[in-house]
Design a protein around this ligand. Structure first.
Ligand code: HEC
Length: 138
């Protein structure tokens, strides 16, 4: 009986510790998490464009949007450090804002089934990935 109680206490402590470690990692790595979601949303976008299924584009961007809110929080709390050119944070924020506005535009175009414009914005987004990484990613 005593042994069971000890095991239960150990399990509770372990789960609690794992939970708080996870929470910390979530904030510190918010940008990386956002980027992984963005990568898969972008690949899905390219796929949907190639196969002309524009109504498949939007869904994965919802998770990107949620992750973006966490990144913004981490930035405001000073929990996030850019791997390169951290002192040019204002420029990062400008690129980031422009990027997310382009995504909002993209989703509206996809809803309207405007294939040619979706194609143009998809190229623009790719250029933006490369530009921002060259500046801020190690
Ligand atoms: C406004 C700036 C910005 C834009 C735009 C941007 N990224 Fe990133 N991305 C970053 C930064 C900064 C990192 C490095 C994060 C780190 O290592 O902490 C990064 C890292 C990544 C990573 C690596 C994540 C990891 O686990 O290490 C991937 C994948 C990625 N980005 C994909 C993309 C794709 C795809 C696009 C365009 C569709 C894009 N990014 C657009 C800033 C940006």
């Amino acid at each position: 009986m005593k042994m069971v109680a000890v095991l239960i206490i150990m399990a509770v402590v372990f789960v609690g510790a794992a939970h708080s470690a996870e929470k910390k990692a979530t904030n510190a790595n918010a940008l990386k998490e956002e980027m992984r979601l963005l990568e898969s949303a972008y690949f899905n976008l390219v796929d949907s464009l190639i196969l002309n299924k524009l109504n498949n584009i939007e869904e994965p961007f919802h998770a990107v949007h949620k992750a973006k809110e966490r990144t913004r929080g981490a930035l405001e709390n000073g929990e996030l450090t850019l791997p390169k050119n951290h002192d040019k944070m204002k420029h990062f924020e400008t690129l980031d804002r422009r990027f997310h506005n382009n995504i909002a535009g993209l989703l509206a175009l996809a809803r309207n089934n405007d294939r040619k414009s979706v194609e143009i914005v998809t190229h623009r987004l790719l250029n933006a990935c490369i530009e921002c990484h060259a500046m801020f990613r190690q």
